[in-house]
Every structure is written in structure tokens, then in C-alpha cells.
Write a protein that binds this ligand. Sequence first.
Ligand SMILES: Cc1cc2nc3c(=O)[nH]c(=O)nc-3n(C[C@H](O)[C@H](O)[C@H](O)COP(=O)(O)OP(=O)(O)OC[C@H]3O[C@@H](n4cnc5c(N)ncnc54)[C@H](O)[C@@H]3O)c2cc1C
Length: 262
Amino acid sequence: MTVRARREPPRFRHVTVRGVEPVSRRMVRVTLAGPDLAGFTVDEPAASVRLLIPSPGSRELVVPRWNGNEFLLPDGRRPALRAFTPRRVDATALELDLDVVIHDGGVASEWAASAEAGDVAAVSGPGRGYAVDRDAPAFLLAGDETAVPAMSQLLETLPAETQVHVLVEVAHPDARFALPDHPRATIEWHDRPPGAPPGDALVRAVSEATLVAGTRVWAAGEAAAVQRIRRQLFEDRGLPRPQATVRGYWKHGRSGGTEDDG
Ligand SMILES: Cc1cc2nc3c(=O)[nH]c(=O)nc-3n(C[C@H](O)[C@H](O)[C@H](O)COP(=O)(O)OP(=O)(O)OC[C@H]3O[C@@H](n4cnc5c(N)ncnc54)[C@H](O)[C@@H]3O)c2cc1C
């Protein structure tokens, strides 16, 4: 019998919004700040934090209680808690930037789109990031808009001499913006055709990408799409599993993201 260790409740750090700026027509950068960020560090790219925001219709932040397995509000409802990539941490200014995709019907998306300086929130984490193999001959990075903050960090981190092929699926051409420079990176933007399921264009692009021996693959996006990418890489193309990290970042039709939050 497997006995699961009782997980410790993550600690919430209280923050307020210091600023909000557009990154593209479909993404905003929310800068969070506050003394509670003292000691908050992120050592690896593509890590995660969990952002707690007021429930829809409220401006007040209620910190949920941990029942040993999940967080619940005092009235039994699930809190508005979503995973994001800690895009920039400034340990001196005690600031944390999150780049949030603006999409229809999202609690966090709506919050970010209308956030103003002084709004309250809290963050927990960080959750696990990506350990870069600096000796790998090449990297393939593939993701949708939610993965762009993590892929941007990877471009900033990967060795300058290593070949990097980046595939990004966008739901709308307006989502394109300049990614960080990397001397050996090629970046391909793929528009999702109207009506196609999320990730369709990305799955096709990954299937057509060249994988030289030893290529490391990092991919993230909609859960069903990345499942197709896993099958393609491991079953169809025989990529050794340790060479790939493939993460579901959100689930089509389900509020609250995925369980894969670090
Ligand atoms: C480790 C990790 C890191 C992540 N990093 C980022 C990040 O840096 N930036 C970022 O924006 N997201 C990131 N995500 C994804 C984010 O957590 C989810 O997209 C989350 O569902 C957004 O919450 P929401 O409240 O806006 O929408 P929800 O209330 O969770 O969902 C409402 C509806 O919108 C749909 N939906 C959710 N996300 C999208 C989307 N992007 N496009 C279209 N429809 C969507 C859902 O399927 C659902 O039907 C990350 C997820 C993980 C696990």
C-alpha cells in the first residue's frame, strides 16, 4: 500500500498590484509588490506560482483554508487560485511580474485585464522549474500563449551557442510580440485556424520539426494538445522520455487550470 505524505499547506505572500502594462493585445504584465516578497526567489526558468485573487464580484481577498488536500474558502467554495510563470522577480524592489493571457470567461484573465494599482492578491510558491541541460546539442521549445512567459525565460537562459527552435501557437495574430533575443534561435509563429481545437497548429508544427540526436524538448499548453504531443514524441518518434518535459498548462472547457502547477 502506498501511503501519501500529507502535504504541507503552501504559504501565501500578500501582495498588491504596483502596475499593469500591455505586452501584446492579448497579454498584460501585472507587477505585484510588497514586503511579503522578502526571501522569495526563483532559481530555475519555467517555474510557477499560484496567484490567489478575490472571488469574482469582490475586491476583498479571503485566504482559503487548507484541508490537507486542497484549499477551500470558509463557505466551502473553491478560491480563485491559478498558476502563472514568475516572469521577473526583483528581490531588491520586492516585485514579481506575471504575464497573463487575456481570454474569454477567465476569472484571472478578467482580474488582470481590469487590475489597478493597489488591488490585493497573494502568491504561493515557487513550484518546480526546468533544469536546463547545458550540454544538450539543441532545444525545441513549443507552446501556446500561456507558455510564452516560460519560453521567454528559456530563451534568456539557454546557452548562446546552442541551437533553439521555438514554435508558438497563437489564437489570434495580435498575440505576437518580440521574444527575447537568442543568437541561435529560430522562432515560428503558428496561427490557430478559426474553429480548430486549441493546440492543433502546435501539434502539427511539432510533428514537422526536425529533432537532431540529443535534442531536448520543452512543451506546454492546453492539456489535450500536449497529450497529443507526448504521444507523437514518445510513441511515434521514439524520443527518449528523459529528453522531454511536456506540461499541461490549462484544460479546454475547465475553469481552474490543470493540476500541473508545480
Ligand atoms: C506551471 C504553469 C504556468 C503557467 N503560466 C502561465 C502564464 O505565465 N501566463 C498565463 O496566462 N497562463 C499561464 N498558465 C495557464 C493558466 O494557469 C490557465 O490558463 C488558467 O486557467 C487561467 O485562469 P483563468 O482564471 O483566466 O481561466 P479559468 O477560469 O481557469 O478558465 C475559464 C475558461 O477559459 C478557458 N481558458 C483557460 N486558459 C485559457 C487560455 N489561455 N486561452 C483560452 N481559454 C482559456 C478554460 O478552459 C475555461 O473554459 C500556467 C499554468 C501552469 C500550470
